[in-house]
Structures are given as structure tokens and as C-alpha cells.
Design a protein around this ligand. Sequence first.
Ligand SMILES: [Zn+2]
Length: 344
Amino acid sequence: MSSRIHFQVFESESTFLHPRTSFSPTTERFEVRIDPLTGRTGHFSHFGAIKPQKLNLESYATPEIKGFCPFCLENRDRVTPKFTDDVVAGGRLVRNEACLIPNLFPYDIHSGVLIMTDHHVVPLDNLSEERLFDSVFLGVDFLKKIKAINPELPYHLMTWNYMPPSGGGLVHPHQQYFATPNPGNQFLDELKSSEVFYKANGSNYWSELIEVEHKQGERFIGQIGTSYWLSSFVSLGLLGEILCVFPDVFDVTRFTERHVKDLVAGLLKIFKYYISTDIYSFNASLFFGPEGQRSFACHFRIAARTFLNMRDYAPDLNFFQALLGEPVSVIRPEELCIALKEYF
Ligand SMILES: [Zn+2]
């Protein structure tokens, strides 16, 4: 059976006269890849040229930089909001250090913020198994509760900005959980394309992706229990992107303690890789499709973030992402996969 998933790469090059070699002709290569699910493109160029910048995490704890943090324990009870009793009795959900509150500036009908830790500055190596498990377990539990209250809201997702290069407004570790009819363009493009694939082929894209990637071996990082870890064929992040698929989960009600444990186990391995390569920041998401479908499997995505430099804090996203809607990456997914396999 030939695969119905196609990995298309358009390799190309640009030739110019290089000032550092007495203006002799130099050729640089780049790639444009097409996402096998959505058909959206991504550029790969400038290979290896951008290195993650070290962050001075201790400086975030100094009074002049820290300023006022609503998530710190001395302020939390007084200044953070509570859910109405019909949503969460008692106003907040708590599991050890994890504490879930409504967003003071909601993006949706149910816009939960999960404060992950008591401490304000928590480096990657202190995002322990317990802290990660409690956070994701409590967040998913919240989504399940919301689903029972408002079953008409079809989509559920977690999003996460960690540390300032990711765009996170607060250093204090936190995630966001949404139940919504408007989950964003990436989610909806994937959802629609997954349905089209299912109808056309009678099979699930995500299961088939795992099978094809496993067979090819170039981007298959590993399996942990119910979870399958890949480097994405088209990276949404400049420093690459890692995708984790749960092929047996199609909506949030099916995401069990076992799935949370497997997700956390993989995350801990990725964090070890991040620490070894001076990555201090990332964006992550966890998508759950609507109930009653078998085409759109649950998946988690994580993309490393950095400042381009520490002189003027240039972000690693620019006109490409902001205005062209085009991701750019400086690392090939196949190389990212090799680097990560050491940790799996
Ligand atoms: Zn804080």
C-alpha cells in the first residue's frame, strides 16, 4: 500500500557575490516544505545560523524586574479572580501547587489560567514530574467539567507560553485552558483537513502519520506508552517543533491519567534536550477535537523560542509569521529528531 501522506520538499538555492570571499560567487541553499495535512508551506533556511540566547533567570526575581506578580502567593488570593459557583464551586481548582483561576482578561467564554507553581521563577529543571502532572491533570479536569456544563462548546485546548521570549506576559509559570467554538486557524485548518483525509481514505491521518514516520524513521523520535513523538515535517518554530500524537484520544473526555503521565514523561525528556542546548523558553499547545468524530486525534505541540539577541531583545518571529502567516525554521526536522532521540 503506498502512503496517502506525501512529504513534499522544494529545494532551491540563491547565488550571490560574497563580501567575505572577495566577492566570489557563493550559493546558499534553502527549502520550502508543504505540510502533508493542511497544505500550508514553511521555509527552512539560514541553517544553524541562529543560536538560542542564554537568559539570566535570576534577574527575573529582582524587585526592579519582577515588579508586581498577581500569581505570587502573597498576592494571589487577593488579586486574582474566582469562577462563579455554577462553573467551579468555591471559585478555584487546586491540586498541590497547581491552581486554576479564570483569566481577568478572558479570550473566550471559558478562559482558565492555571498557575503551575508557588515560586515565581521556575527554571526548566525545576518543572518536575509532579508539578507538570498536577498542572496538566487539573487543567484537563477543568476542561472535562466545562464540557459537562457547556457541551455545545465543541473544542478544547491548552496553550502555554513559558518565559518572556515566548511572548508570555508573566514569568510565573502558567498555562491557559479554553473551551470554545473558535479555537484558532491552526486548529480549524487541521480539523477540516483531517475530516477531508478521513472521508477520502477511510482512515485516520494521525495514525497513518505515526505509521509512515515510524517506517521512514527520519522524524520519529519515540513512543512513550500512549504517546508518539515526532519532529514536525514543517516546523512552526524557528528552532524546530516537536509533535506528540495520542492516536486513541479524539476528545477531552478520553484523556486519562495515563495520557497525562505519558505526556509529562516526554516533556521531561524534551526539557533535558532544551537545557543541554540553552533553550529557556517555548510555546506549547494541546488540541482536543469535538466528541463523536474519529478523524482528528489529540495532539500536543512544542516549539522552542528565543530572543535573536540580548542587545535589543529582537524576537524570533518577524514579518514572515506576523504578516505572511509563514513559519521559518533554521533547523531541519530530521536533524532535530536525531538530537532528540538521545533523550528518548
Ligand atoms: Zn509570581
